[in-house]
Design a protein. Structure first.
Length: 431
């Protein structure tokens, strides 16, 4: 196998609007740590793969398509064999129009160019090497934010690439929202994964990257509803982000030292899935917003404070989010891509949205590969894709909005497609 890596800075200019929190106003006032696009390229027997990981909140399918086209033109890697994913840091600029600041088209075009250039540079620097995979013990960073006893995936996976004439390369995988920093943060940051990656690079004097997993319901322990309203939550500091990032780095380094080889060929497959969406009549959505606002006004006039007023304001937020989606007059179906890159007994599964931890665990258990790495926020952004049971339970991740628009059957359809591709690729990637 031939292996190449590269990275490039994609930090935005001052004032660029930040993504991830509706409650955050204004643009970035500074940079705490730089954002990067990092590329890994593999070649074996004429087949080529590229994995591009960007320190961004999310990436839509048109952006991914443009990056893939550039990579195919400059490195000869087929677009279907290029995976582009975001780490999902909420300390990066907007890349799609949501409830936060609109994207900066000039900066976004520069990111597109630099991400593709990183892949081309990685391809130019390929050299012979081997891949190995290690799994760590529980990193105890993630928590299920929907309920204390809810499932979460504690697994730390490290894919290590060793080359005789180059420094080692490590891909660290963990499933947890990079949202230690909250809506009050106005500095550009990679959040806790930045500290993890920097530490692994220092130890190995090499290249490292972070890939997020199925973490739609997993964060570091704060309430999604509190965050949506911009309510203060203790511990959302850079000091805590560093502590958690270093904790993950320690476990990743341990896993790397115990990694086992994954020999075999490289291969890739992708499939487009027709994903069912929900809808809401616009007139009904507008009426609900008015009713919810009147309730807040009434409570405020009565002098209400505390939970009652906060909950009423949260209902306004949800109603306004549903109206945003209704105003788009969406089609009932949205196309989504499921892609898998295989390296011997290792499979990278790209899921285009925010899947729950239990979904990632189910797919991994179903996979015929010894090592299956679920990469969320990859090749598109469907928003939250909860399992059907979650819609019955309710909660932030299931309330209708531009970022929670899929119907209850979406998760099953996407996982079924991924499982089918895994079965097809297992034979193709076998030694």
């Amino acid at each position: 196998m031939w292996i190449g890596t590269a990275k490039t800075v994609i930090t935005p200019p001052p004032g660029t609007g930040l993504a991830g929190f509706a409650a955050r106003g204004g643009g970035a006032r500074g940079v705490h740590d730089d954002l990067y696009a990092r590329a890994l390229v593999l070649e074996d027997g004429g087949a080529r793969l590229a994995l591009i990981l960007c320190d961004l909140c999310e990436l839509d399918a048109p952006f991914v398509a443009r990056v893939r086209r550039r990579v195919e033109e400059t490195a000869g890697i087929p677009h279907a064999s290029v995976m582009v994913a975001a780490t999902h840091t909420h300390g990066a600029p907007a890349t799609i129009p949501l409830c936060c600041a609109p994207p900066d088209p000039d900066w976004l075009a520069e990111v597109e160019h630099r991400a593709a250039a990183a892949a081309a540079e990685a391809y130019r620097t390929v050299s012979p090497g081997d891949a190995a995979v290690g799994r760590g013990a529980e990193a105890s960073i993630g928590r299920n934010r929907r309920r204390p006893d809810g499932p979460f995936d504690p697994t730390v996976t490290v894919v290590r690439f060793d080359r005789a004439d180059a420094a080692p390369a490590s891909l660290v995988h963990y499933a947890c929202h990079p949202t230690v920093l909250g809506p009050d943060n106005v500095l550009v940051t990679r959040d806790y994964p930045g500290f993890t990656v920097d530490a692994v690079e220092r130890v190995d004097d090499g290249w490292a990257a972070f890939a997020n997993g199925a973490c739609g319901d997993i964060n570091v322990g704060h309430s999604a509803a509190q965050t949506a309203l911009g309510l203060p939550t203790a511990g959302r500091t850079f000091e805590r982000a560093e502590a958690l990032g270093l904790r993950l780095a320690v476990e990743a380094i341990r896993a790397s030292r115990d990694a086992r080889p994954v020999g075999g060929r490289i291969a890739s497959r992708s499939q487009t899935v027709a994903v069912p969406l929900r809808s809401a009549p616009e007139a009904q959505a507008r009426s609900l917003v008015r009713a919810r606002r009147r309730k807040v006004e009434a409570l405020a006039a009565e002098g209400a404070t505390g939970n009652a007023l906060a909950e009423a304001r949260l209902e306004v937020f949800y109603a306004e989010a549903a109206l945003q989606w209704a105003e788009r007059r969406p089609e009932p179906i949205e196309a989504a891509e499921v892609q898998i890159l295989a390296v011997g007994d290792l499979a990278f599964v790209a899921l285009p949205g925010e899947f729950f931890a239990e979904s990632g665990q189910r797919l991994r258990a179903r996979s015929p590969f010894s090592f299956t790495v679920i990469i969320g926020y990859a090749n598109g952004c469907l928003g939250y894709v909860p399992p059907a049971s979650a819609f019955e339970e309710g909660g932030y991740e299931t309330r209708l909005s531009p970022w929670s628009r899929v119907a209850p059957g979406a998760e099953a359809a996407i996982l079924e497609a991924a499982a089918g591709i895994l079965d097809e690729l297992r034979d193709a990637a076998s030694p």
